[in-house]
Design a protein around this ligand. Sequence first.
Ligand code: RIB
Length: 286
Amino acid sequence: MKILNLGSLNIDLVYQVEHIARPGETIASSSHQVFAGGKGANQSAALARASASVFHAGQVGPEGQWLVDKLAGLGVDVQHIRFSDIPTGHAIIQVDRHGQNSIVLFAGANAQINRGAIDAALAHFGRGDMLLLQNEINDVAYILTAAAERGLTICLNPAPFGPEVCAYPLERVDLLIVNETEAIGLAGASTLAALAALCPRAQIALTLGAAGVQYRSPTEEFHLPAPHVEAVDTTGAGDTFIGYFLQGLAAGMTARESMARAIRAAAVCVTRPGAMDSIPAANELD
Ligand code: RIB
């Protein structure tokens, strides 16, 4: 099975702060670092670190070459990433002393991918392959529909959540992965039952941060706890979980096995700074 991830690539500008700035407040940061990020790129990186065969499609601007090189260095196939004159997407991230974050996104090139590029990438994939989507690029509904019509298995992580997600063809989703905020936005409640009403035939993973993950499919339902760790930076933890979880499923693990490993990977991720750089390799989980 080949996995196509059509998603964002961002330059993450990370500021370490005592607390997240409140409205009207100006605060000092104690450090500033630049990391590779973007929910799409992070999830491709996690898939590759978990040893999946993953193709990333998306768009960067002239200053985004290093992001593409970084993904390629991790083993991601980058032949479907386009370059444009539009600035690369970036994220301004505050990380507080508890490792919690607050993110402001500038979509840039991520939000101006043309349909020709989308169709050209999808043309290389078909039945038996998987498409992974987040909500940081344009035309998500179009991509989801086109990929479903080509027979791809559809995995949707509707993050960051916006009201437009409710109009996506969710009934075509095979695997839905959401956190509590996204679940409430989408279904009005952070429960598996509410989500299943929207995506009746899907496998659903509801991530609960330090409280673990709930899972439901048409045939089983369970909860797995997360190990307690001292968080340094939670950025990218959800992306790490998704990459590892999908790779496990694609490799034939049960949902429970795959999810247990993905939770361990996410727990390691939060003990390290940065997004893509904090994703562990598979051999670090044993
Ligand atoms: O999920 C974490 C990511 O969200 C960051 O890397 C940032 O780029 C934003 O897209």
